[in-house]
Design a protein around this ligand. Structure first.
Ligand SMILES: *Cc1c(COP(=O)(O)O)cnc(C)c1O
Length: 440
């Protein structure tokens, strides 16, 4: 990486003796045919020193494994399931869509309607291009920004995750940090050389990066949620807006998590800061694979076939994913956000009560909560990596024993859904109190 980047701080891999292996045969079978037994790294549960849990089914805020253990679920498929699991409206919409055909590779009215819904919600978005994953959407947004600015360098924040496109993997938080995997192998010097990494909430770092490099775009999660939840310090997003505008670089907000979660129109609406391009995903597909990048027409009309920046996808705008996304967005009215705020506050306040006299910090944004095992407030990735990961791992295992399924990583958010309720939160808080008594 060029300039300001450093080597990635990495989390140690934990080896816990005597961990429970509930289904050794399936774990063995899985590891024979899937690297690490999983199709996405953090599911392996390595950071909390245990085997992956194999899920059989889920409903509402509860998830059930193959042995019939049911847990209160705070992962929610890592963000998409803001209505909870197997929401009847979403399931019905998907069934109806599937009955009409699962994919056409042609234009549909539903995609137009979903794009209209997004444009009407997100202040800076007039047009979108859909993809199947957030990774593709972020990669394509970067390509568009480079085409528009005719510059090469991308500035990203340490601990921010923008999917696994080569140039965006540097110090990428989330699963990359969880596994202690350096972001280098398989990535060319040219690709990483065009990425500059700065610390979240570090204005001087951003200023220096913009001065020293020919920056096409600065990409940010407007509320960092892949190093644990770390909201921007007051004025930081406004600063990013000003600094990039003055410099001629584009500002990309990666709202794959925050979009339709922290507010109807995402963090850009919550904080009143409009980016040049926006990346969305997760909730957009309502639990099916869908994501998108978008922005004002003047930028988006550079995308093929309207413009000269190539971008495509066999299953982009897939009718099942569009149906699930629409069924989800339709339910996210004003009252839904009030309720999501109440539930988040209850969880946050309850956890806050448990942090007294303990080396713990609670952070949150609407629909997102993190419990950092740290004696000090956490404002960037380095401070997140300094957390007591051993204590966090023990805590997560004790919570599983008490029927609460937390993200098995210190660097991931707890995702609050509208299927959670006072009872499931109180059950979680009771389990957290008991577990913390044994850990800290
Ligand atoms: C999940 C995530 C992505 C990647 O999305 P995928 O659909 O997993 O490829 C990108 N950015 C952020 C902020 C994310 O949380």
């Amino acid at each position: 990486m060029a300039g300001l980047s450093r080597s990635a701080p990495t989390a140690p891999k934990l080896r816990v003796p005597g961990r429970v292996v509930r289904d050794p045969d399936l774990v063995k079978r899985a590891r024979k045919v899937l690297p690490g037994g999983v199709n996405s790294p953090v599911r392996a549960m390595d950071q909390i020193g245990r085997e992956p849990i194999f899920i059989e089914r889920a409903a509402g805020c509860e998830i059930t494994d193959r042995e019939g253990h049911t847990y209160v679920d705070w992962v929610g498929s890592w963000g998409p399931l803001i209505l909870g699991h197997a929401d009847p409206g979403v399931v019905e919409a998907v069934k109806t869509a599937a009955g009409r055909g699962t994919s056409f590779g042609a234009a549909t009215e539903a995609e137009v309607e979903l794009a209209e819904m997004v444009a009407s919600r997100m202040p800076s978005v007039e047009m979108i291009r859909m993809t199947s994953s957030g990774t593709e959407a972020a990669m394509s947004a970067v390509r568009l920004a480079r085409a528009i600015t005719r510059r090469d360098v991308i500035v990203k924040f340490a601990g921010a995750y923008h999917g696994h496109a080569d140039g965006l993997l540097a110090e990428a938080g989330s699963g990359v940090a969880t596994l202690g995997v350096p972001s280098g192998p398989g990535i060319t010097a040219a690709q990483s050389g065009d990425t500059v990494v700065v610390d979240w909430n570090d204005r001087d770092g951003v200023t220096a990066a913009l001065e020293r490099h020919d920056v096409a775009a600065l990409i940010a999660e407007p509320v960092a949620a892949n190093m644990g939840v770390i909201p921007p310090e007051p004025g930081f997003l406004e600063f990013l807006r000003e600094a990039t505008r003055e410099n001629g670089a584009m500002l990309i907000f990666d709202e794959v998590i925050t979009g339709f979660r922290v507010a109807p129109g995402g963090a850009q609406q919550l904080y009143g800061v409009d980016p040049d391009l926006t990346v969305i995903g997760k909730i957009l597909g309502g639990g099916l694979p869908a994501a998108a990048f978008g922005g004002p027409a003047v930028h988006m009309e550079r995308v093929a076939p309207a413009g000269d920046v190539y971008q495509a996808g066999t299953l982009s705008g897939n009718p099942l994913a569009v149906a699930a996304g629409m069924a989800t967005l339709r339910r996210l009215d004003r009252a839904a956000y009030v309720r999501l705020g109440e539930l988040t506050d209850r969880l946050r306040a309850g956890l806050g009560g448990l942090t007294e006299d303990r080396a713990l910090q609670v952070t949150s944004a609407p629909g997102l909560v993190t419990l950092f095992f740290s004696p000090r407030p956490v404002s960037d990735f380095r401070e997140a990596v300094d957390c007591d990961l051993e204590a966090h791992a023990r805590f997560c295992r004790l919570m599983l024993d008490r029927g609460v399924y937390l993200p098995p990583s210190q660097f991931e958010a707890w995702f609050v859904s509208l299927a959670h309720d006072e009872a499931s939160i109180d059950r979680t808080l009771r389990a957290a109190g008991e577990s913390l008594d044994r850990v800290l």
